[in-house]
Design a binder for this molecule. Sequence first.
Ligand SMILES: Cc1ncc(COP(=O)(O)O)c(C=O)c1O
Length: 341
Amino acid sequence: MTIADFRSDTVTRPTEAMRRAMAEAEVGDDVFEDDPTVRKLEERVAALFRRPAALFVPTGTMGNQIAIGLSVRPGDEVLMEEKSHTYHFEVGGASRLWGAQARLYPSDRGVPDAATVAALVRQENVHVPRTRLCLVENTHNFHGGRVVPKESITALRRALPGTVRLHLDGARLWNAHVRTGTPLADYAAHADTVTVAFSKALGCPAGSAVIGEEEEIREARRLRKLLGGGMRQVGVLAAPCLVALDEGFERLAEDHRRARRLAEAFGVDPKTVESNILFVPVPDAKAVEAAFRADDILVIATSNTEIRLVTHRDVGDAEVERACAAGARILGRGGEGGPGA
Ligand SMILES: Cc1ncc(COP(=O)(O)O)c(C=O)c1O
């Protein structure tokens, strides 16, 4: 039986069309800014978000770290959501690379309350760090793909003083857009910078983009070089991203439907599953992960008591039904007819 891989949407294989585009990509040296495929992608992404400029970067982590680097000096403070990727999974980059310290804000499963976050901004005082940046993750990975509504981002921008910049970690912003119908540009309207990823829901082999104002993206280019992300004939990686943009985002609704189906079968309230990520509470996550693996189904234990499943282009209805049946057997819940069946 083939392996059904629900560990992450990053495991998706590039499509034939993407592979063809890679083979045929027109390339140049992107450090000299003359790779035509990269330039085309950057212009297209900037236009999609109705912002002046975008920069192609190898990973979402580098994109977020560049956004932090643009905003802080050593000793400054960055507000991060307590379960955010930037805080937990970027190797302490804010402090390690830029000398900034993180201050965590609580949220309603990923959705920030503007007044709560604004109250954490430091007053100017000789003793304390300066709050320079606030990060928002949308959709929120470790809050189960939760969508942050554009109204929450607008409210946050209004509540924060002008001295505090806003960065949107939109690695899965495409999913938020498909779930809500909110135009991508509306999410970006109140953020100073945005990162989006091509290597997750859109299923490209690699690549993210940082979006912002012209001058800042020029500086971002320097920071990218500093971090070792100045790539050369990288049109071969930008080309599949253009294919993904041509294909559009509608397909993601299928991923969202399948994640809800998994939720029903695993006894999780499907209303809490807004996009393509599902967390399931289990008694012994490592044992459950191993039991699924024995059935050629890959899930990931994200703590001792939780597994995560993520839907993507390479897991269709057949794989989802296999996972539901395995879930019924392993966890003793749900299965064919949904919860309790
Ligand atoms: C919300 C979020 N932001 C950023 C990243 C980092 O992306 P990358 O793996 O491309 O560095 C991830 C990766 O899973 C993510 O989930």
